[in-house]
Design a protein around this ligand. Structure first.
Ligand code: DGL
Length: 260
């Protein structure tokens, strides 16, 4: 199975995108609701939690680990790769690859949690494929709680977004990476505020195509996973009604969450 973990249910945007792009691929998802958010935690804590999550997914039979969380990808991916032998796919690599490839001007904006922005991982990765790029990063710590409250169209959310996006507008970016699991749910508000000519990169969609490409390079593994007869399973370390609603909003259907 493909193991996917996130600090909460936001990573289901990645699981959903994988489901749509690679139908029939069984996923095992773990959302660490009890310890969310990761975006405001220290690197040591994020690494420790990410190890716990990886151990859980491996115990459940995962053969590949997808870090759906941007905060964990930017902070813990290298530590996980150094400690585990299974492939570890982080959500940052595919998004930065795409940004470097499609930006005309090389002025690329990145929005994410404080932990993601502080790690400097997005600019580092973009510069690896495009050294001339000018990367403008903006931490948007208020967006995760707004999305989790379901405030997807409220006036206050629009005002906060306008304020966060202002510096990126001023620098005339032509590409904006949505570097957080929750931001795809705000695309409809981001587009008109950043400007319609700015291309948005949804890291969940890029991650899903990266997973498909990864499996296409290993057809034996792909066949084994797709024909395993297993169904996708979703685990969380805690749940509430709001969490269940958010999971259903992301998948467009009720999702059975098992608490561990
Ligand atoms: N999943 C986190 C991310 O993508 C957002 C929520 C959190 O801070 O834990 O960065």
């Amino acid at each position: 199975m493909i193991g996917v973990f996130d600090s909460g249910v936001g990573g289901m945007t990645v699981a959903r995108a994988i489901e749509q792009l690679c139908p029939g691929l069984p996923l095992i998802y773990f959302g660490d609701i009890a310890r969310t958010p990761y975006g405001s935690k220290s690197p040591d804590t994020i690494i420790r939690y990410s190890r716990n999550n990886t151990d859980f997914l491996l115990e459940q039979g995962a053969e590949v680990i997808v870090i759906a969380c941007n905060s964990a990808s930017s902070t813990a991916a290298d530590a996980l790769r150094a400690n585990y032998r299974v492939p570890i796919l982080d959500v940052i690599t595919p998004a930065t690859r795409k940004a470097a490839q499609i930006s005309d001007s090389g002025r690329i904006g990145v929005i994410g949690t404080r932990a993601t922005v502080k790690s400097g991982m997005y600019p580092r990765r973009i510069h690896e494929s495009r050294p001339d790029a000018e990367v403008i990063s903006q931490a948007c710590p208020l967006l995760v709680p707004l999305v989790e409250e379901g405030w997807l169209s409220q006036r206050e959310t629009k005002m906060i977004l306008r304020r966060y996006l202002q510096p990126l507008r001023r620098r005339q970016i032509d590409t904006l990476v949505l570097g957080c699991t929750h931001y795809p749910l705000l695309k409809h508000l981001i587009t008109p505020r950043i400007g319609r000519r700015v291309r948005l990169i949804d890291s969940s969609i890029e991650m899903a195509s990266f997973v498909c490409e990864f499996l296409d390079r290993d057809p034996a593994m792909k066949e084994r996973l797709c024909n395993s007869g297993k169904n996708s399973r979703f685990y969380v370390s805690d749940t509430t009604e709001a969490i269940e609603q958010m999971a259903a909003r992301i998948f467009g259907r009720p999702v059975e969450l098992h608490t561990v």
